[in-house]
Design a protein around this ligand. Structure first.
Ligand code: ATP
Ligand code: MG
Length: 365
């Protein structure tokens, strides 16, 4: 019985993935013609330093969408740091470092809003009505929450259980209708859509004919899952990262240490040779070339030649961002001011949305 249920759920997830990919492709096609119809929310947890997985997997994409003219909200998700750990860690340094990396990458504070959860009370208040429209069972069967709990090796905290609801508040407070994510985030997007719809059904509208919240869609990145130096997904929490802010020597040392396999001849075969293929891919992404072409060029040169190429390509690609980042890190007052202004804008938006929520719920006295 349990097996049938889980098979049913796998089938449903697969169907969801295909439907989401189709909707994501349709949005990508429409975006350049109608950027004004889209609002994007993206973000990172300040659990460590941003790395090259972020660079290729999400940051480049955010800047591209911003530059297309899509209204862009970038959240530094500080409350989500404590979903799966005991303390906040060196959070102030990490938040400032993230702001510097965003700016160095080309996120423009004149067009985009960079903000933190903790500074936007009205966003967090949306949790209350949102929690009322989801059930305990719906939250418990979220596969991403389950796997994050297992990874943390700790009991499930109330905040981790309800974190998809908090994420719905992040997305819906600014009425974002596109959210660039990896496929592991699709269940969260589904919860956000369910919350938007049930809020409308149960509590009504602030203005006739206009639901308070849009139905947000995933924008699935074509960029792959970048692996870390140990051959598993590169993650801030895992100590396997090459940070965007590292210098050329540190980068060289880490690339040298990256695990490969025992076969000398280099090929591009992500399924059977994930570690070697990840290095090939990094070189290809940096150089704007086809991975197959890179593998053919290195051939019998082996892992040593491949790593030299990756190191050089990474260092060259990242050099301008690193230089701007170093300058920005030397101007902490400027970084704080960018965040202060972003938080001010996020508060204006969140206050306006909360006013509509209270109106819809007839809680205006
Ligand atoms: P943590 O270990 O704290 O979970 P993380 O390194 O996984 O940190 P997140 O803040 O969870 O980073 O991820 C932010 C976004 O960056 C994700 O939604 C994902 O799209 C992207 N991302 C993170 N790691 C990678 C990676 N290795 N390859 C590609 N994209 C990635
Ligand atoms: Mg993560």
């Amino acid at each position: 019985m349990a097996q049938t249920e889980s098979e049913g759920s796998d089938v449903r997830l697969e169907g969801t993935l295909q439907a989401s990919m189709a909707r994501s492709a349709a949005i990508e096609q429409d975006l350049p013609a109608h950027p004004g119809n889209y609002r994007m929310l993206t973000g990172d947890r300040p659990t460590g330093e941003l790395h090259i997985g972020h660079y290729f997997g999400s940051l480049l994409n955010r800047v591209r969408l911003q530059d297309t003219g899509v209204q862009t909200w970038v959240l530094i998700a500080d409350y989500q740091v404590i979903t799966d750990r005991d303390g906040v860690g060196p959070i102030r340094e990490r938040v400032m470092s993230a702001v510097a990396t965003y700016l160095a990458m080309g996120i423009d504070p004149a067009r985009s809003t960079i903000f933190t959860h903790s500074a936007v009370p009205a966003l967090n208040q949306l949790m209350l009505p949102f929690l009322s429209v989801v059930t305990d069972a719906e939250l418990r069967r979220n596969p991403t929450v389950k796997s994050e709990m297992e990874d943390s090796g700790r009991p499930l905290s109330g905040l981790l259980l309800t974190y998809p609801v908090h994420q719905a508040a992040d997305i819906l407070f600014c009425k974002a209708n596109v959210v660039p994510v990896g496929k592991d985030q699709l269940p969260h997007l589904e919860i956000a859509r369910v919350i938007a719809r049930r809020f409308d059904e149960r509590y009504g509208r602030a203005v006739p004919d206009h639901p308070v919240f849009p139905s947000p869609e995933a924008l699935l990145s074509a960029a792959p899952n970048i692996l870390g130096t140990d051959g598993t997904k590169m993650s801030k929490s895992k100590g396997n990262t090459i940070e965007i802010g590292m210098d050329a020597d540190q980068t060289a040392k880490l690339v040298k240490r990256a695990v490969t396999d025992s076969e000398r001849h280099i090929t591009y075969d992500p399924v059977n040779r994930p570690e070697v293929s990840n290095l090939v891919l990094l070189a290809a992404l940096c150089l704007g070339r086809d991975p197959q072409d890179i593998a053919d060029q290195i051939g019998d040169g082996g892992a040593g030649a491949l790593k030299r190429m990756v190191t050089e390509a990474l260092n060259e690609t990242l050099a301008p961002v690193r230089a701007r980042r170093t300058e920005l890190m030397a101007a902490p007052d400027h970084l704080r001011e960018v965040l202060r202004q972003g938080n001010e804008r996020a508060n204006e938006r969140a206050d306006a949305t909360l006013a509509q929520v209270r109106q819809a719920m007839q809680m205006v006295y």
